[in-house]
Ligand binder design. Sequence first.
Ligand code: KMT
Ligand code: NI
Length: 199
Amino acid sequence: MRAYYFDNLPGDPRLPHDSARPVTSEHLKSLNVETWHIPLTDDYEDKIDAIAREREYKNRDTINVTKEGFGDAYEEKIKMFFQEHLHEDEEIRYLISGSCYFDVRGKAHKPKFKSKQTQDNVPLIEAPSDSWIRVVISAGDLIVLPPGIYHRFTLDEGNKVEAMRLFKDAPKWAAINRSPESDLNEHRVGYLKSISQAA
Ligand code: KMT
Ligand code: NI
């Protein structure tokens, strides 16, 4: 696993977009994002079983994020995965083959400079800037995204991923796209609280 700040430059999201500002696994941990590596040796399923048991995950499936795997739905799915979203449940993915990027939102920072005020005394650019952190996930990497974290997913230039998805119960997966309403979602609010207490 390697992580860095996304460069925010326009262009194909499958390109690395590496700003050359690295992010450590400790930093990711402070966002409640965890990754670990389980080599794809003969016993990898036993290790996944142990994690699933420990966390009480009852179901799993594998998906092939490829043109062939998704057929007609491909473009739509790829677009949907790259829409900034959250889930009300934890998201656990284990990569069986290929490599890809999970982008997660970092902590919001207050702007360093006081912005100019408009005539009505409304600040022009006071929105907190929560930067994207790009997490590079390759075969054998497992990533845990906490409920309520904003994130998005993209293939890389290899265009091919086989991933195991772990589910607590039935494989249902609702993505809630970022909006003013999702900012108020109880899982979002709970997540922000949990990372501010951890800091
Ligand atoms: C998600 O919820 O963002 C995804 O499942 C992405 C695809 S899993 C390789
Ligand atoms: Ni997701």
